[in-house]
Design a protein around this ligand. Structure first.
Ligand SMILES: C[S@@+](CC[C@H](N)C(=O)[O-])C[C@H]1O[C@@H](n2cnc3c(N)ncnc32)[C@H](O)[C@@H]1O
Length: 194
């Protein structure tokens, strides 16, 4: 099993590969690379990052978080998607199913799967300590604004802050107000080197 077998909305493979290489080159060993992903969903993107880390043999701390609660799963289409995918899965919880996917793909040792609110998780990281953060939780303006506000100070100078759904006005507005001009890749991934 690989990330390809996991359901989800993941269209930024090239960005994850390039960003990983960039932070590894900018921050050489023995430094531990710290990567955070906000919005796990079923773990498709997390699994892909786990596969990259596994191949790299670099010392990496990679944490992905989600509320794993359909009441807060962005919108109805996402919660319906979750309910549909949980239907035939032996009574697994949403989080339990993600853990099983990551285990079956052989990346669980490389992915720290956390049930947490994306803004709250930032309190467990020191300022200037994260090399790469990818924001893909709730896409409403207030939420993206709160995520960027919480995580921008956590990113190291020379590290990368990034996120998904740049085709949405809500995301563009929050990014413009807090970061300014950014680069866009893989259609709707925005990023900025701090
Ligand atoms: C678009 S999905 C993430 C897609 C995922 N990266 C993939 O590869 O398929 C957004 C996820 O963010 C989660 N989410 C929404 N608000 C959140 C919050 N405040 N904290 C953590 N996760 C949140 C939702 O539960 C949902 O699973």
């Amino acid at each position: 099993m690989t990330h390809n077998d996991i359901p989800g909305f993941f269209d930024w493979r090239e960005f994850y590969k390039a960003a990983f290489i960039q932070v590894c080159e900018s921050f050489p060993e023995p430094q531990t690379i710290q990567i955070v992903e906000l919005g796990t969903f079923f773990g498709k993107s997390s699994c892909f990052m786990g596969e990259i880390i596994k191949e790299s043999h670099r010392d990496v701390h990679f944490e992905t978080c989600d509320l794993f609660d359909t009441r807060f799963a962005n919108d109805e289409s996402i919660s319906n998607f979750v309910k549909f995918n949980l239907q035939n899965n032996d009574g697994n919880s949403w989080r339990g199913l993600v853990g099983r996917y990551l285990h079956d793909a052989g990346v669980l040792p490389h992915v720290l799967l956390t049930t947490a609110d994306s803004v709250h998780l930032a309190t467990s990281y020191a300022d200037e300590s994260v090399h790469l953060v990818y924001i893909d939780a709730c896409h409403e303006y207030d939420s993206v604004y709160a995520d960027i506000s919480a995580w921008l100070p956590k990113v190291k100078t020379g590290g990368i802050i990034s996120g998904h759904d740049y085709d949405r006005k809500s995301v563009q507005r929050a990014v413009a107000e807090l970061i300014g001009p950014v680069s866009v890749t893989c259609e709707r991934t925005w990023f900025k080197v701090k």
